[in-house]
Design a protein around this ligand. Structure first.
Ligand code: GCO
Ligand code: MG
Length: 402
């Protein structure tokens, strides 16, 4: 079953996406999400200029071999651009295999381990009261797990918080927006938010929070301790993960569970964190950590060390990635939770899909393969427009993690 075509589709239905479409000699096609927010065209070029010529003529059933051919064959291993490209190829090959055999991908991954995939929604507000309302609204929509982000008093813009009730979208057209940060003000307000959320919404709801890489290890340890009485499901990305030892310090001080890994590209990025049990959830995704094949290896390593999955599922991962994440999450034994930030109606229209949401759980559906497609005519109506993630500066103007 030879691959005869490898096409890269770049579109912007509400936000930018890069999609790889592989077609075999018998006319079956498979899709992979190759979107790297803010650096999309680098992956599109990597695929078109360097990977597509290698794929045409290869047997589409050799998923594992193709992964190593692209990873080891490049000589330059790892990194977000290369690993996102490999992930897209891998995802498209699993899609093709499922369609060829007439089964949903999760059946190829060992079958279902649960009834559905627990997802968490995003909730945010300009202040604590608005955020509590937004979390309650997510609960009313059926969610059993909600991530809460609130505006920080005295700061004009905060990560994860949109103005005027709009959905939050991190990338903006034009030059990167500049936001302002104060760890002191943030650390003062977050415990008050979760104190109120627990008080008003009760003990059962899973509450999550994303620190977005902004604290030092000792500040993160302080936050984790302050949040302990409110029993968070997780505290995400408390510090940047390049220095993994930083997580050891956090662990020594707090029992608040820790999640990290949305920017990880491979198993080597989380090896120490998992083996030393410095984290509780690994957030690597199908799109950015080498596809279904590689993410399964990360999950299997994590299973040995009591670490569960919690895949990144922001709006900049396309419905193709969401579908793949759901097949993965339904089947993998040590699943923890899946993020669901949601997509714009334009995106939903461009990517018709079989996955569904009901009562806090998502299901990938029973369509063969991934159960997601791209309407190329609809995609063509939404051209790519360059957009950037923000940058973040401290009150004195120093560039900080955003
Ligand atoms: C999350 C993330 C996102 C990222 C975005 C970057 O937890 O969902 O932190 O909001 O910032 O995906 O591209
Ligand atoms: Mg995050």
């Amino acid at each position: 079953m030879k691959i005869v075509d490898a096409k890269v589709i770049v579109c912007g239905p509400g936000r930018n996406f890069v999609t790889l479409k592989l077609t075999t000699e018998d006319g079956v096609h498979g899709l992979g999400d190759a979107t790297l927010n803010g650096r999309e065209l680098a992956v599109a070029s990597y695929l078109t200029d360097h990977v597509a010529p290698l794929l045409v003529g290869r047997d589409a059933r050799r998923i594992e071999d193709t992964w190593h051919y692209l990873y080891k064959g490049a000589y330059w291993r790892g990194g977000p651009v290369g690993m996102t490209a490999i992930g897209a190829v891998d995802t498209a090959l699993w899609d093709i295999l499922g369609k060829t055999l007439g089964v949903p991908v999760y059946q190829l991954l060992g079958g279902r381990s649960r009834d559905g995939v627990t997802v968490y929604a995003h909730a945010h507000g300009a202040d604590i009261d608005e955020t509590v309302e937004s979390v309650a609204a997510a609960v009313a929509r059926g969610y059993k797990a909600v991530r809460a982000q609130s505006g920080v008093p005295g700061l004009p813009d905060t990560y994860g918080v949109a103005h005027g009730g709009a959905a939050y979208e991190p990338a903006k057209r034009g030059k990167p927006p500049e936001t302002v940060w104060s760890s002191e003000r943030y650390l003062e307000s977050v415990p008050r938010l979760f104190e109120k959320l627990r008080r008003e919404l009760g003990p059962d709801l899973h509450l999550l929070h994303d620190v977005h890489h902004r604290l030092t290890p000792i500040e993160a340890a302080r936050l984790g301790k302050a949040l302990e009485p409110h029993h968070l499901f997780w505290m995400e990305d408390p510090v940047p993960a390049e220095l993994q030892e930083g997580y050891r310090l956090i662990r020594q001080h707090t029992t608040t569970p820790v999640a990290v890994g949305e920017i990880f590209s491979s198993i080597h990025d989380c090896d120490v964190l998992i083996r030393e049990q410095l984290i509780d959830y690994v957030r690597a995704s199908v799109a950015h950590a080498g596809g279904i094949t590689h993410l399964r290896k990360i999950a299997h390593l994590a299973e040995l060390h009591h670490v569960r999955t919690g895949c990144h599922g922001a709006s900049d991962l396309s419905p193709v990635c969401m579908a793949a994440a759901l097949h993965f999450g339904l089947s993998v034994h040590n699943f923890g939770i899946q993020e669901r930030m949601g997509h714009t109606p334009e995106t939903e229209h461009v990517f018709p899909h079989a996955y569904t949401f009901s009562d806090g759980l998502m299901h990938p559906g029973e369509a063969p393969g991934l159960g997601v497609d791209i309407d190329e005519a609809a995609a063509a109506k939404h051209p790519y427009e360059r957009a950037y993630l923000p940058v973040n500066r401290k009150l004195d103007g120093t560039l900080h993690d955003w």
